[in-house]
Design a protein around this ligand. Structure first.
Ligand code: UDP
Ligand code: MG
Length: 138
């Protein structure tokens, strides 16, 4: 079954929004199958964002994502990757559609409150960085 990794990023953690955001996804009928709070270290952040390592924003992004503990979650269901991307909205909150999570909570293009996997293949790779298989309850 298709799965997606969701991270509640530091800007949202600092404003106490982890439960609100996870609750929104559950309220859309999405099935939560794994959940944990952790403080990512630099090595994990660099692996998670390896695809962006040549981008100008990479170092700041890694510094940001390790700046506070975060919440990591896995949702499961048919089409869940695309559905969560829709619910989160565009990367830049100022460009995100009305009613999306990033529109409602994001602060700027870096501090956009959430991460969500962009393909089922990447989701599996990302999930394996954060969860052991026996921590996912599908
Ligand atoms: N990001 C940034 N500056 C940019 C583009 C992206 O700081 O110009 C950050 C932002 O936090 C984003 C993350 O890098 O969520 C990963 O970028 P990606 O293009 O994968 O966006 P996403 O898949 O999160 O929408
Ligand atoms: Mg991405």
């Amino acid at each position: 079954m298709e799965r997606s990794l969701v991270l509640i990023k530091p800007d949202a953690m600092e404003r106490g929004l982890a439960g609100v955001i996870i609750g929104r996804l559950q309220g859309e009928g999405l099935k939560l199958v794994a959940l944990k709070m952790l403080h990512m270290d630099r090595a994990l952040a660099e692996r998670h964002y390896a695809i962006h390592k040549d981008k100008p924003f990479y170092k700041d992004l890694v510094d940001y994502i390790i700046s506070t503990p975060i919440v990591a979650a896995v949702f499961e269901g048919r089409g869940v990757v695309e559905r969560i991307r829709e619910l989160m909205g565009a990367t830049d909150p100022t460009r995100a559609a009305a009613g999306t999570i990033r529109k409602d909570f994001g602060l700027d293009v870096q501090r956009n409150s959430t991460h969500a996997s962009d393909s089922p293949e990447n989701a599996e790779k990302e999930i394996s960085l954060f969860f052991k298989e026996n921590e996912v309850f599908d």
